[in-house]
Design a protein around this ligand. Structure first.
Ligand code: GLC
Length: 446
């Protein structure tokens, strides 16, 4: 009898058990590229790019307001109260004659980015692809070319993963789509109509036409129309159409559930600890995401490299935004920064890509990462501030075999004790780049 019971138990429990195992294995495999990649390009581009942050003699502020609200250039229609007919008529002007998908993707690749995410539809409701669901799309502009299609083929050609931002909640064009907080909340019934007639069908269209590696959804308020039911309905839709497509946590920022693939931080938010799920920070080079000709708050490439290594050291990714101009060109200050970051990654990329975080106390502005290559274990110390000595709790029990500057191979002297290691940083190291990386070969991973 006991034997029969055991048999039944095994019969009924084993398939579930292995299914779970399989699922987590599949999840690991699906997420592997994202975890290795660390650095991606975000692009905010659409009809708002034509207005460049100003309308009717008014210019959007280039900083966060005292109340913490951000007046981004892609929000211009709502922030500067552009009449809807004026805004919609921009469709007759959008003609980015200099747009070259291969050039953009080449720039992303040279910057050391491993994936690319573009706004397929932002809150204004305008689709950047040949959508059969809504006529408010790129094919009805004088340009008349499917931008998403061209970028997808450039990404495939040049070996970058790609994904789409899709504003599933806000839609200022379609009746029932959510509107900013200073409007009355859209009735749920009307939202449901938008949800069924535009949001879900367009997402389905994006997946079936372009097979993205990632979908980037956007919510930020505690209360939105994205209830658990709608969140799960959308997750099911994506999962049924594409087993590989990753879903970000902003599908429902305050209640993402367990089925999303990675957490999405708030805009320009940098966690100071290792998180227990893959994550990423969406980040700007200026204040706005969409092109704003009078926003001059360009962050230096050194600062952005520091954000990147901060995130790397905590197991997260850095998705850095470019707001192209309406003619299809990247702003020159963005290009300079992309190239500077690319040059830095060319020599220091080992400390970033495919690394794991290290749980260890570090001095301020010192960031750690680690990985194993061909059986050798490496610890990378990225230093964003000139320091004479660094002390780390890395005792002799984890012996150091080599200690050198990653870029040049210059040997660095150190003293290891039973408690820690003292590393001497040569004073002339900081002359040409403020973020330096020291590589240690150690006897075991940390
Ligand atoms: C916010 C903004 C939006 C921008 C996004 C990027 O949600 O509403 O304009 O696209 O953040 O992270």
């Amino acid at each position: 009898m006991k034997g029969i019971l055991l048999f039944c138990f095994l019969l009924f429990s084993t398939p579930n058990f292995s299914k779970d195992n399989n699922n987590s294995l599949q999840n690991e495999q699906k997420l592997a590229w994202f975890k290795e990649a660390k650095f991606g390009m975000f692009v905010h581009w659409g009809l708002y790019s034509l207005l460049e942050g100003s309308y009717n003699g008014h210019t959007l502020p280039d900083t966060t307001l005292a109340n913490g609200r951000s007046w981004y250039a892609e929000w211009i229609q709502m922030r500067l109260e552009v009449p809807s007919s004026d805004y919609k008529s921009l469709i007759n002007e959008f003609n980015p004659i200099h747009f070259d998908a291969d050039e953009w993707i080449k720039e992303a690749k040279n910057a050391g980015m491993h994936y690319f995410v573009i706004t397929s539809k932002h809150h204004d409701g305008f689709a950047m692809w040949d959508s059969k669901v809504s006529e408010f799309n790129i094919m009805h502009t004088p340009f008349g070319r499917d931008i998403i299609k061209e970028l997808v083929s450039a990404c495939k050609k040049q070996g970058l993963k790609y994904g789409f931002y899709y504003s599933h909640w806000h839609d200022w064009e379609y009746p029932g789509g959510a509107l900013p907080y200073w409007f009355d909340k859209v009735e749920d019934e009307k939202f449901e109509k938008y949800w069924q007639e535009k949001s879900l069908p367009q997402i389905k269209e994006l997946i079936t036409l372009y097979d993205p590696d990632l979908l980037w959804f956007d919510t930020w308020d505690e209360v939105s129309h994205i209830t658990e039911k709608r969140r799960d309905e959308l997750i099911d839709l994506v999962r049924n159409l594409s087993p590989k497509c990753l879903i970000n946590g902003r599908i429902s920022y305050y209640n993402p559930g367990d089925d999303i693939d990675f957490l999405e931080m708030h805009d320009n938010q940098y966690p100071d600890k290792i998180l227990n799920k893959p994550w990423q920070t969406p980040a700007t080079m200026i204040h706005s995401w969409g092109w704003h000709a009078k926003d001059f708050n360009w962050k230096s490439s050194d600062r952005m490299i520091e954000y990147l290594i901060n995130n790397t050291s905590k197991g997260g990714n850095y998705l850095l935004n470019v707001g192209p101009k309406a003619d299809g060109k990247f702003p020159v200050p963005a290009t300079r920064r992309l190239r500077e970051m690319g040059a830095w990654l060319l020599v220091n990329g080992d400390a970033v890509y495919n690394t794991y975080p290290v749980s260890m106390e570090t001095p301020e502005k010192v960031y750690l990462s680690q990985k194993t290559i061909d059986g050798n274990h490496y610890l990378y110390i990225s230093i964003a501030l000139p320091l004479e000595t660094i002390i780390l709790p890395l005792p002799e029990s984890n012996a150091i075999y080599e200690c050198e500057v990653l870029e040049s191979g210059r040997p660095i002297s150190y003293k290891q004790s039973s408690e820690d290691v003292k590393i001497d940083i040569p004073s002339n190291l900081y002359k040409d780049s403020s973020v330096q990386v020291i590589r240690l070969r150690i006897s075991k991973p940390i």
